[in-house]
Design a protein around this ligand. Sequence first.
Ligand SMILES: NC(=O)c1ccc[n+]([C@@H]2O[C@H](COP(=O)([O-])OP(=O)(O)OC[C@H]3O[C@@H](n4cnc5c(N)ncnc54)[C@H](O)[C@@H]3O)[C@@H](O)[C@H]2O)c1
Ligand SMILES: [Mg+2]
Ligand SMILES: [Mg+2]
Ligand SMILES: [Mg+2]
Ligand SMILES: [Zn+2]
Length: 461
Amino acid sequence: MLTLLSQYRHLKHVKYLYRPLSVMSSESRTGPDDAKKPFTDRFFDSAANGNIEELTHLLKATVIVDERNDNGWTGLMLASRYGHANAIKIFLEKGCDVNLVNKTGQTALDIAQFWDQSEATSLIMDYVKHDNPDKQLRNFFSYNPLLRCAEKRKDTNWLENKMREDSTKYIAFCELQPYVLSLPDNKWKYQIIRFCYSDIQSCINDKHLVVFLGINKNGDETEEQAVFAIDVPDEKKLKTINPDGTLLQPFPGSMMLEPSEAGILAEARTMLDWLDRYKFCATCGSSTSVTEGGHKRVCDNKECKTNKGIHNTCYPRTDPSVIMLVISPDGKRCLLGRGKRFPPKMYSCLAGFMEPGETIEDTCRREVHEESGIEVGRVDYHSSQPWPFPASLMLGCLAYAKTEHLKVDEDELEDARWFRRPELVQMLTRQHPEGLFVPPEQAIAHQIIKSWVRKTTNSNL
Ligand SMILES: NC(=O)c1ccc[n+]([C@@H]2O[C@H](COP(=O)([O-])OP(=O)(O)OC[C@H]3O[C@@H](n4cnc5c(N)ncnc54)[C@H](O)[C@@H]3O)[C@@H](O)[C@H]2O)c1
Ligand SMILES: [Mg+2]
Ligand SMILES: [Mg+2]
Ligand SMILES: [Mg+2]
Ligand SMILES: [Zn+2]
């Protein structure tokens, strides 16, 4: 660790390696020519100047939160150097990596302490203490605010009473599309409509599929507000109950829900889809009946072997699928592919369904080899994501390639290529010169790519 004096000498030197122009000169903060400056220069300037408006705007889509300048300084480091508390709060809220170091080995906390920026120092120390910087990544579709309360599913009386209670809420789907309202202050955001029993009563009969989703844990403990999902095949019925609502298309509609709404959609959509597909017993073909609050389908043929013991054919299925960022043997590039149904110019991680008897690691190796001809060695887990289209669970991984000659499976992929880190940053921030891009931040693929870009920020890749 550099002694304080030698650090000062270093930092004095370093300070002039990064010269945020508008800080060093009297020119206005966002001069007329700023618009032409590369986003990253504007980003570093706004961090050094504490220009909150510009920073917020740039972090919305054009710059990644841990962007580095040539000396390895992040926006958080610059905001800490000049003590801009509000800018620091924005970086921490955006989940920036407080552990990153610049080329002289300082973290943002080191820099704040060295320049006696006391407020910056306490903000970062509080964050490190309370908000574990390595906190587990939560992917979109996984923020479900409901307690599933599986133990209630067998309590038929409790369920019957709950269904009629005034506090109980129903969310309605038609053709697996939730019935929603667009938010008054943002037409690009949607909220799933909650119906009460008296509204939806006319739709509840044995023809309609109803599933108990859980108890709203944010609700008042005494109230135990239950939430059910109901399939209403006739959209006109929903229109009569609430004419302002509309059905939300899965793509890109479900990406425009608030994260907690998307978490509820993930549970409800997969359950209603399963209830609809399994009207008949997969073992003997007889009809089945819905029990346990919609979480089980029992064969009506008493002799059927599924009525003896536990059989997974009676319970909702989830299809585990791997999705992997393949890293080249030299560690400098990543492999992305273009599926045939992808929007033009979009590349994503390779993905594939697990097969019986396979480990996650082996599915990664098999699928990568099938789709690109690349041999994979080590596989590390990254994170997971429910993908309710119709019932996938995405298991995100980093897969380390042992070979690099590509042989693309043209049945499945239109193209697959190795991309260097600077290109991935451009694709993440929609600034690629050819307009190439990766899926939006709601997709686990985006998160895996972004985390690799962040982890490799110290190296000249
Ligand atoms: N969230 C993301 O960022 C992201 C990105 C890419 C793919 N995905 C999802 O990952 C899943 C798997 O990806 P893939 O389609 O490339 O898989 P894949 O590479 O295994 O190829 C799909 C083929 O696998 C076969 N298959 C095997 N098991 C299947 C199953 N349980 N359900 C359907 N088909 C099955 C079918 O022939 C299908 O056409 C899909 O649900 C896809 O939507 C998600
Ligand atoms: Mg495949
Ligand atoms: Mg695939
Ligand atoms: Mg496959
Ligand atoms: Zn049966």
